[in-house]
Design a protein around this ligand. Structure first.
Ligand SMILES: NC(=O)C1=CN([C@@H]2O[C@H](COP(=O)(O)OP(=O)(O)OC[C@H]3O[C@@H](n4cnc5c(N)ncnc54)[C@H](OP(=O)(O)O)[C@@H]3O)[C@@H](O)[C@H]2O)C=CC1
Ligand SMILES: O=C(O)CCC(=O)C(=O)O
Ligand SMILES: [Mg+2]
Length: 418
């Protein structure tokens, strides 16, 4: 395929995907990256330097990533022209080259463009947002025993209120929807109909099932002890409540789970290890207190989109903050890795923030490629830098006796500990 502004490296090769979704990774894979807005300019180059160092150390030059810049956000408007926030060829490249990584992208609140992050996920049907939350020894945390927080979030990434079906208060569309609800469906409970904005929350059986299926399969592959469906189904019965119901039904139908203690919790034996996997559910508000009080009770989490967004940042805080929180957006073939945090605009270009979220997202990416040795070196490097108390401002301000490093210095500290 030809590209207008994207320079495809001539020395690299494309990652291929077999029909059964298995990756075939060449020795010099071309990996697209989006620099990102705000602190993207700080963390993305550091991430690349750390990854290149890990790959070089692990494979001594026999493997190398060929980075290929693709554009989205403010940089895209500079490269392609005003108003072009997410060029069509960026979407094509992320799809064609199969595995990519991105920095954060700004979304204005209230009006303006819709989220480019959400658009990327929806356009490429990256329906799983995978966010592992683990503790690195020595990281400052508000908890007494942060090491008990070890969860993996499967956030539904393609529907829910993120579908962006909404109309502002007073618009003719909102008025028409309200009139339809009142006149055709007998709705009487819109408290202030003349001044209500309207948003629609679609949650489907297919969307819920494919997400829960991935979460349960992950629990099997990684030998985890439970999958918890987190929902607000007592209030949103036919969206969040249905998510829970469809999740349980899928666990029973596809994985042979049987009800325990009178249901609805159910369990099955991991076919790989024989260990029991419990599938359970919890209402989202209760979950947010339980993760602080009894984090050991939770392992793999499957949840609709908005809950997953809130839970990601809440859990990240328990293990040191969103400077330490990696993630991935996945379809059955395409993977786009990204940090959990946003563009933190007040720090943009100051070389201050913690690049660990994006570095650890790249670590997930290397593992996804099967480059385990390089991924392990990154974990060793991050663990080593934190253990030596050489950290960025976010961890420094909560640690005693630490040395404060800039974003780029922290990258070098990680490399030094590999
Ligand atoms: N996937 C994406 O691209 C995402 C994009 N966004 C977008 O980002 C923009 C800003 O959102 P905002 O709500 O401010 O959330 P951010 O996640 O950008 O920042 C909130 C706060 O988190 C801390 N933080 C964030 N990143 C780091 C880091 N790498 N190292 C250390 N601390 C960090 C900072 O805390 P402190 O001030 O205490 O130092 C920062 O002020 C919005 O436009 C939003 O839509 C948001 C989330 C995800
Ligand atoms: O798209 C955005 O601006 C916010 C996204 C977000 O908060 C997230 O993915 O966790
Ligand atoms: Mg978020």
């Amino acid at each position: 395929m030809s590209y207008e502004k994207i320079q495809v490296p001539t020395r690299g090769d494309k990652i291929q995907v077999d029909t059964d979704h298995v990756l075939r990774v060449p020795e010099r894979p071309i990996i697209p990256f989006i620099e990102g807005d705000g602190i993207g300019i700080d963390i993305t180059p550091v991430m690349r330097t750390v990854v290149d160092a890990a790959v070089a150390k692990a494979y001594g030059g026999s493997r190398q990533i060929q980075w290929m810049e693709v554009y989205a956000g403010e940089k895209a408007t500079r490269v392609y022209g005003e108003g072009v926030w997410l060029p069509e060829e960026t979407l094509r490249a992320v799809e064609e080259f199969v595995v990519s990584i991105k920095g954060p992208l700004t979304t204005p609140v209230g009006g303006g463009i819709r989220s480019l992050n959400v658009s990327l996920r929806q356009e490429l049907d990256l329906y799983v947002c995978l966010r592992p939350v683990r503790y690195f020894k020595g990281t400052p945390s508000p908890l007494k025993a942060p090491e008990h927080t070890d969860m993996v979030i499967f956030r539904e990434n393609s529907e829910d209120i993120y579908a962006g079906i909404e109309w502002p208060a007073g618009s003719s569309e909102a008025q028409r929807v309200i009139a339809f609800l009142q006149n055709e469906l007998g709705v009487t409970k819109i408290r202030f109909p003349a001044t209500s904005g309207i948003g629609i929350k679609p949650v489907s059986r297919e969307g819920s099932e494919r997400l829960v299926r991935k979460a349960i399969q992950y629990a099997i592959d990684q030998d985890r002890s439970s999958v918890t469906l987190v929902h607000k189904g007592n209030i949103m019965k036919f969206t969040e409540g249905a998510f829970k119901q469809w999740g349980y039904e899928l666990a029973q139908r596809e994985f042979g789970a049987v009800e325990i203690d009178g249901g609805p919790w159910c369990a099955f034996k991991n076919p790989r290890t024989g260990r029991e996997i419990v599938v359970k559910d919890v209402i989202a508000d209760a979950f947010l207190q339980q993760i602080l009080l009894r984090p050991k009770d939770y392992d793999v989490i499957a949840t609709p989109n908005l809950n997953g967004d809130y839970i990601s940042d809440a859990l990240a805080a328990q293990v040191g903050g969103i400077g330490m929180a990696p993630g991935a957006n996945l379809s059955d073939s395409v993977a786009l890795f990204e940090a959990t945090h946003g563009t933190a605009p007040k720090y943009a270009g100051k070389d201050q923030v913690n690049p660990s979220s994006l570095i650890l997202s790249a670590e997930m990416m290397l593992r996804h490629l099967g480059w385990t040795e390089a991924a392990d070196l990154i974990i060793k490097g991050v663990e080593g830098a934190i253990a030596a108390k050489t950290v960025t401002y976010d961890l420094y301000r909560l640690m005693e006796g630490a040395t404060k490093l800039s974003c780029s210095e922290f990258g070098h500290a990680v490399i030094g500990k590999m």
